[in-house]
Design a protein around this ligand. Structure first.
Ligand SMILES: [Zn+2]
Length: 268
């Protein structure tokens, strides 16, 4: 026969087990939905410029270094949420030697044919290269290499990271550019900019705009080019150079990416 005291302690023990089980039941779905939100998605992140191509610079800071720092922070955040982050470069390299001129001419010929078929706007540089009246510029080989990295990893989306520059210190804020031919790219840009504009507000809202920059024009998957902030503006520059600023930027970009995939899965 159990003493009253012992029976009481058993009941307390059972109650404690039930309480912790209830906690698990409540806590588990939260952990799953937050941590694994990007589970299975592959995000290619392209730190703009690199190597012989420094991008813009201001007060000793070069764009290529800042884009690499920002991209690594974004990659960490994507991975922390269960996604697969692929960086097109993780060192100071321009990737110019990853694609030959001859290969670039072949790629351009195919794309030029496709543009004609789809009735897309023809870029005069693409036409020149496809028809043999122009030679591909060297920097284009590096940009092509970045697209190939995304393709080799079966990325769902491509995010190219850049910083902005202007002669006047007053220009500031994030701008996200999207592929003019892709509505998915526009949606991705809007989703990311929704969060970024609160951190790095600019003059013109909403701060998204179509652009035919090579990496956008030629990416077969939805792609955006984010000009995170102006290196020529004190606030933007200091924010991007600080550890806490980069973490906030990474969170904003990942929140936008998460919203984009959620909307694709569960359209409104
Ligand atoms: Zn740039």
């Amino acid at each position: 026969m159990l003493s009253v005291k012992r029976a009481k302690s058993i009941w307390i023990g059972i109650a404690a087990i039930l309480a912790s089980a209830a906690c698990l039941l409540i806590a588990e779905p939260l952990i799953v939905s937050v941590v694994s939100e990007l589970d299975g998605y592959v995000v290619a992140i392209d730190p703009g410029h690199g190597g012989r191509d420094s991008g813009s610079s201001h007060a000793g800071f070069t764009e290529k270094d800042i884009t690499l720092l920002l991209s690594m922070a974004i990659a960490d955040e994507i991975r922390a949420r269960g996604g697969i982050a692929v960086l097109t470069r993780d060192t100071d390299t321009d990737l110019w030697d990853q694609v030959t001129y001859q290969d670039e001419i072949e790629y351009t010929k195919k794309e030029y044919e496709q543009d004609l078929e789809l009735g897309r706007k023809i870029d005069p540089r693409d036409r020149g290269i496809a028809l043999g009246t122009r030679f591909p510029p060297t920097y284009r080989l590096g940009l092509r290499a970045r697209l190939l990295v995304a393709q080799q990893h079966n990325a769902n989306i491509l995010i190219s990271i850049h910083t902005n520059h202007f002669r006047s210190e007053s220009a500031k804020g994030a701008v996200t550019l999207y592929q003019s031919h892709s509505d998915l790219s526009r949606q991705l840009a809007a989703a990311i900019q929704h969060y970024l504009k609160d951190l790095l507000p600019g003059r013109a809202e909403p701060g998204i705009s179509p652009d035919d920059f090579f990496i956008l024009r030629r990416s077969p998957i939805p792609a955006v080019l984010i000009e995170i902030g102006f290196v020529s503006n004190k606030h933007d520059r200091e924010f991007m150079l600080s550890e806490s600023g980069r973490q906030a930027i990474a969170k904003a970009v990942a929140d936008g990416i998460q919203d984009y995939f959620r909307l694709l899965k569960y359209p409104l």
